[in-house]
Design a protein around this ligand. Sequence first.
Ligand code: HEM
Length: 167
Amino acid sequence: MSFSLSHPVNTALLLYILYLLQRIIVPSTSIPRTPPTEFKAGYSWMPRTHAPSLLYTTYTPRTLAKFSGLDGGRILLAIAGTVFDVTAGRGFYGPDGMYGNFAGRDASRGMAKQSFDSEMLTPIDQPLDKLGDLTPEEIENMKGWIEHFTNKYVVCGQLVENDAGEL
Ligand code: HEM
């Protein structure tokens, strides 16, 4: 039995095989002209909203204080010079939260000494707390909190002196 292109079935088969080969060699990407913006029970090309992005930057005690969450916005706090975005923990750090006193502040001393006392917080117009008087146990305690915060929240900056930008 010989293969003859004069037979219409053979011709159709050959064309189909060529078409399949072309699909394999040049796969169709089928990118929509305008990406859909809605999720319609299946794969979507774009998420509904952009993933939140954070800029790592420097904060001073004064600029950090603006992120106390009192306005319903972001909540930041610092421990040993590292600034964490704790907005996701609004229940803890929001105005009604148990740890709301640390919002927008350098929480190092309070974390180290496990205390909410107001004297744990350095006034925002004063130089940074150098923490030189902490005991080894208190420093370890503070490091434990740093580990907790690093694992749970986003590190978003560094705390520097109020006058650092004026040097
Ligand atoms: C009456 C004493 C206290 C009780 C009953 C208490 C209770 C709690 C509870 C239930 C949590 C949540 C744990 C979790 O789900 O991961 C928590 C977390 C926490 N506690 Fe306390 N706490 C007390 C004292 C303190 C003190 C004195 C401090 C001062 C530094 C403190 C700082 C924190 C912090 C920073 C967190 C972590 C919150 C977070 O994950 O963002 N706690 N506490």
